[in-house]
Design a protein around this ligand. Structure first.
Ligand code: ZN
Length: 239
């Protein structure tokens, strides 16, 4: 019994040093990551966890209607399943970035597996878009001790505004929260797929409703929306 307790304590200790502490330090000190756009460039709308055959297509239609360029952090396995959606994102001027090949936390990945998640997603996107991948966002914003080194060829982009849009119950406050977070240089994190653990499957439908109202009013108010590849210079390397 005492050996079991000791083994658990050692595993916990390793997990804290491998996962929790790096995440806290990197995010708190903003080491090698971006939480806002450099300079005064407008607002970046970013969407995680897709592509989804229904919601992502509706989102692309909405962005097209309002002539807005956005950014998508896609799950590599889903990108492979829906290549035409990725192709459309790229053709319509949006940025396509990496959100792991499977939606798995970096806390649970040894370095070699994390590298595989990055490489496989990069290859999947580049095979479809014929264009170099420049951006990365780790699922759940989780870093481990090796994440910054293994992802150094990409710009790691976090967010300044997060709204709980993955839960249907938050849809009543979503529009108001987005209005409050609206400021030059902001990066919004929204979700175009509700299949991730902890999310509601139908949540993106409610997000799209709020987003349409938001775009309608903000564009009239003169707010400019930018895609990451235009807002963050190519030569800029974080590490
Ligand atoms: Zn995610």
């Amino acid at each position: 019994m005492i050996y079991l307790a000791a083994a658990c304590a050692v595993i916990l200790f390793i997990m804290i040093f491998y996962s929790v502490i790096p995440t806290l330090v990197i995010r708190k000190l903003e080491m090698g990551i971006k939480k806002s756009l450099p300079g005064s460039k407008g607002i970046a709308l970013t969407f995680d966890d897709g592509p989804h055959p229904e919601y992502t297509v509706k989102l692309l239609d909405l962005l097209k209607k309002y002539k807005v360029k956005a950014s998508f952090f896609v799950v590599g396995s889903k990108a492979q399943r829906y290549p035409n959606i990725i192709k459309r994102m790229h053709a319509e001027g949006h940025t396509v970035g990496i959100h792991h090949f499977n939606h798995i936390s970096g806390w649970l990945l040894p370095p070699i597996s994390l590298k595989m998640q990055l490489d496989m997603t990069e290859k999947a996107i580049e095979r479809i878009t014929k264009s170099q991948v420049r951006f990365y966002r780790p699922p759940w914003g989780h870093f481990n001790l090796f994440t910054l080194v293994l992802s150094r060829k990409y710009s790691t982009v976090m967010w300044s505004g997060i709204f709980g849009d993955w839960k249907v119950k938050n849809h009543k406050t979503l529009l108001q929260e987005m209005r409050k977070a609206t400021k030059d240089g902001a990066i919004f994190l929204l979700h175009d797929c509700g299949e991730t653990f902890g999310a509601d499957r139908e949540a993106p439908g409610y997000m799209l409703e709020s987003l349409e109202v938001y775009l309608e009013e903000q564009i009239v108010a003169g707010v400019h929306f930018v895609t990451l590849k235009d807002a963050i210079p190519t030569q800029e390397r974080i590490l």
